[in-house]
Design a protein around this ligand. Structure first.
Ligand code: GTP
Ligand code: MG
Length: 586
């Protein structure tokens, strides 16, 4: 039976109202259940019932889980039950997950941090031979051959299907649904991040935090972006931010007397930007020289938002680390709030993002094409524009906020309500299928040359800049999120939207031997040029003159960026050398 820590008292969960017991190690158990119930079950129950936890609570709980976790690289044919049994000697195991294809990886979470300490104490350092080890004790542990519990062929690890395979599987599964709504649901189930994926992402953040404490002991690293905003799909990158702001908390702390004559002697920088660049560069050096788990390190420090890019090889995750980027965390919270407010938001965003990927409208590298972030904002704006609206505006989210939700960053108001139960459900009863169709019609004829998109007000407004597309950043209204999109890519987006609308109309019926519904949208555009796999001819480019007009009207703008448009028009997106930092284009 599990050993329990000191019982501290009872609390009520702010999100679901359930009462639970709190123990000194931070563990919680529901009061209505016997305390003897296995903690793993308790933990799962807590996750299920606290779906409506606030963003900040969810982040804090996930990071706490991650700090009680380790990653073990095992040989491919490891005897899993025997390995788990031997690890349980170090402490009760709360969760485990095996993954990986070339080698077996084990993500293991202990109930208490003591488990990690105990495992670390049992690890030895590699013996110096030709190479000399740097004696760092991380939570990524290698199982060496001489003490591995082995097993026969039957217990080979699960193989993760690569992106294409997963996509092909998906297309096959979509065929078996009888309507597009079912296909959309399947798409989310198939592509969304799994619980294990999310745990792994938080673990990588906490491993990075361990390393960075060598520079600044109170450093905090948090994941943001699609890893936490409910729009992430398997294989998406891991965005993290290093919270330099939290390091300055002593400045405002009540514990520090305002009239104290004592102050730390520190090196001063010209600006916060320069401090940020220095810290990221130091982290890059740490990763390069000390950690064997992070590779392909790339410093992109001159970008508007400096970023350190690398790969965490044991998990095969591509990572972006930024600093002083708290606003992006608030943006992730806002996107997640929209996903939680109405169940139709996620299937729609997944469908549009997957459609755009399949049609090569988006790419995993940055360039002059639309980003997933911009696409998500387009979907949300479209939903705000329905009558009645499907989701509220950002101003509405602000109206319901209370004093605790209030936050202003460098003069920018990023306040939104954290208690989403205050938001009334929408009266709009359209199906996701209708909305999907509506999205393509809406943007197939959107007046991009005259109007910009404002999610704070939920209104189109007169253009304020000369870039082909203008999506106003909801928190930094002088910035255009889609500034990187060139005319060619905008026209391509409009054209493909019209084509998608036509395809949905033509192939909305279930059909056993043909592509239909969502399948037709996810098939590669270039595969269909000239000959369509299902035997019907492609819709002739609808209203081609209008695209031409749009193209021309944007093209002939007498503005400062017409030269840039000329260049981007002539260059193929894939070969554009002037890459901006992904997602940070304003
Ligand atoms: P994928 O990684 O493509 O799955 O989506 P993502 O939402 O994580 O996008 P990305 O990794 O490009 O960016 C991560 C987060 O940074 C986004 O969710 C936004 O919160 C923020 N972000 C991205 N692009 C911009 C931008 O152009 N302007 C601003 N202000 N924030 C951005
Ligand atoms: Mg991302």
């Amino acid at each position: 039976m599990a050993m329990y820590m000191r019982y501290l008292g009872r609390l009520r969960c702010g999100a679901c109202g359930l009462r639970f017991r709190v123990f000194s190690d931070g563990k919680r158990c529901f009061t209505s259940k016997a305390v003897t119930q296995p903690d793993v079950l308790m933990e799962r129950k807590l996750q299920e019932t606290c779906r409506r936890k606030t963003f900040a609570q969810e982040q804090a709980d996930r990071l706490e889980q991650a700090h009680r976790s380790i990653l073990i690289k095992c040989p491919q044919k490891v005897n899993k039950p025997q390995l788990l049994k031997s690890l349980a000697k170090h402490g009760n195991i709360a969760h485990h997950h095996f993954f990986g294809s070339y080698e077996t990886m084990l993500l293991l979470q202990f109930e208490r941090r003591d488990g990690i300490l105990s495992v670390k104490q049992s690890c030895s350092m590699p013996r110096p031979g030709k190479a000399f080890p740097f004696p760092a004790r991380s939570r990524v542990i290698l199982m060496t051959r001489h003490n591995e519990p082995t097993v026969g062929k039957a217990d080979l690890p699960d193989r993760r299907s690569p992106e294409n395979e997963r996509f092909q599987d998906l297309l096959e599964m979509l065929r078996h649904h009888s309507n597009i709504n079912g296909q959309l649901e399947e798409l989310v189930q198939h592509m969304q991040l799994t619980e294990e994926d999310i745990r792994l992402r938080f673990l990588v953040s906490s491993l990075l935090q361990d390393l960075c404490t060598a520079i600044l002991p109170s450093i905090q690293i948090q994941p943001f972006g699609s890893s936490v905003n409910l729009f992430g799909r398997v294989g998406c990158d891991l965005d993290m931010f290093l919270d330099i702001g939290s390091l300055n908390f002593e400045r405002n702390s009540k514990r520090v007397q305002q009239d104290s004559p004592l102050e730390f002697q520190v090196k001063m920088f010209k600006s916060e930007r320069q401090a940020t660049q220095t810290i990221l560069s130091l982290v890059g050096k740490l990763l390069r020289h000390i950690s064997p788990s992070f590779d392909s390190i790339q410093e992109v420090l001159k970008a508007r938002c400096p970023v350190l890019r690398f790969c965490h090889s044991p998990s095969n995750l591509n990572c972006d680390l930024t600093a002083s980027n708290r606003i992006a965390l608030y943006m992730s919270e806002t996107l997640k709030a929209f996903a939680q407010i109405d169940a139709r938001v996620r299937p729609l965003v997944f469908a549009i993002r997957c459609w755009a990927r399949a049609q090569n409208l988006t790419s995993s590298v940055s360039g002059t094409w639309i980003t997933n972030f911009s696409l998500t904002l387009l979907v949300l704006f479209f939903l705000q524009q329905r009558s009645p609206s499907v989701i509220p505006t950002i101003s509405d989210l602000r109206k319901h906020a209370d004093r605790r939700d209030h936050r202003v960053l460098d003069g920018m108001n990023c306040t939104i309500v954290s208690d989403l139960s205050k938001i009334a459900p929408s009266n709009n009863e359209q199906s996701v299928e209708d909305l999907l169709h509506g999205f393509f019609d809406f943007y197939g004829s959107f007046p991009f040359q005259k109007k910009s998109i404002n999610l704070r007000t939920g209104q189109m407004q007169r253009r304020s800049d000369n870039f082909p597309m203008e999506i106003i950043n909801p928190f930094e209204e002088n910035l255009n999120v889609s500034k990187n999109v060139n005319v060619r890519q905008l026209v391509h987006f409009v054209e493909l939207s019209q084509n998608a609308s036509w395809k949905l109309e033509k192939h909305h019926q279930s059909s056993s031997n043909q592509s239909w519904g969502l399948m037709t949208l996810l098939q590669h555009w270039s595969n269909q040029q000239g000959s369509v796999t299902d035997g019907t001819s492609l819709h002739p480019r609808p209203k081609a003159e209008r695209f031409n007009d749009l193209y021309q009207s944007l093209w002939s703008e007498k503005n400062g960026n017409s030269e840039e448009m000329q260049q981007t028009r002539n260059s193929s997106p894939q070969t554009d050398g002037d890459r901006q930092v992904k997602g940070q284009t304003e």
